[in-house]
Ligand binder design. Structure first.
Ligand SMILES: Nc1ncnc2c1ncn2[C@@H]1O[C@H](COP(=O)(O)OP(=O)(O)OP(=O)(O)O)[C@@H](O)[C@H]1O
Ligand SMILES: [Mg+2]
Length: 258
């Protein structure tokens, strides 16, 4: 049965071939004008992230972390270098094409939630689903909000929600379109420790459930350690890159001997 053998060897080969990275940045530079002259914000970033990986980004204030996230999301065009993110070569793509790509490929959670104040929780989560033309936007938004524990808050406006609840709406909105890439910029920065911990659990839980890649900016070294890898950015360059403790955390717990 040579054809079966061939099929088997083909599938084994496909298993052995390393997957294309979901993020591939090569010598990314970002220089923006300011009244004091041009600012070199990113100064040659090389980064490759595999699908399903989680990457924590730490670094001093002003080092370029949020700018890097904006570049990854196609919100800011780099002034140099090339980037391929979630199957698209972003260089030279039009604003319209970027917006279309972003809708189905990237979910973003910001420190300050960025909810639309005149829309209910349900309507906020429905926005990207409706933009994607999904007929069942309301049902999917309801499911996403239920997953983050807000099934009793669907008709609340952001002002009627606590900070932690607002961030859960923002998280539901980011994950509802099931994006392959989840970006989070200080998602717990405006929350107290316990509320923040709840968001972190949901964020990692949702990323795992969807099989999404997670890139997480944080000032909290312990939070960054939950990721597979931790990058440190200083003055627009990657100053350090090392493994996080995620592997240890996921290792099966040993049973006490007796
Ligand atoms: N539109 C802009 N024009 C000019 N300079 C900018 C612009 N946006 C950001 N910068 C500068 O770029 C640098 C990096 O900013 P960025 O927001 O990426 O830092 P960050 O690492 O996210 O800091 P933080 O931890 O405080 O959030 C800062 O010095 C900032 O002042
Ligand atoms: Mg920032």
């Amino acid at each position: 049965m040579p054809h079966l053998l061939k099929a088997n060897s083909e599938s084994i080969k496909s298993l052995m071939t390393p997957a294309e990275p979901i993020v591939q940045l090569s010598n990314i530079r970002l220089t923006l004008p300011s009244t004091a002259g041009p600012v070199n914000i990113l100064r040659g970033i090389d980064l490759s992230v595999q699908a399903g990986e989680s990457v924590g980004i730490v670094g001093p204030s002003g080092s370029g972390k949020s700018s890097l996230l904006a570049v990854l999301a196609g919100l800011e065009a780099p002034t140099g270098g090339s980037l391929n993110v979630a199957g698209a070569a972003l260089n030279g793509m039009s604003e319209d094409a970027l917006a279309l790509w972003r809708r189905s490929h990237v979910g973003i959670v910001f420190q300050s939630f960025h909810l639309i104040p005149t829309m209910t929780a349900l309507e906020n989560v429905m926005v990207p689903l409706e933009l994607a033309g999904l007929q069942d936007a309301a049902e999917r938004a309801g499911t996403a909000l239920t997953q983050v524990g807000l099934e009793k808050r669907l008709t609340h406006y952001p002002a009627q929600l606590s900070g932690g609840e607002q961030q859960r709406v923002a998280l539901a909105r980011a994950v509802a379109p099931r994006p392959p890439l989840l970006l989070a910029d200080e998602p717990t920065g405006n929350l107290d420790g316990r509320t923040g911990q709840g968001i972190v659990d949901l964020l990692f839980g949702e990323a795992r459930r969807l099989g999404s890649t997670l890139i997480l900016i944080t000032h909290d070294p312990q939070l960054a350690e939950l990721c597979d890898r931790v990058l440190r950015i200083e003055d627009g360059v990657i100053a350090d890159m090392r493994a996080g403790n995620a592997a240890n955390q996921q290792a099966p717990l040993r049973q006490a001997a007796d």
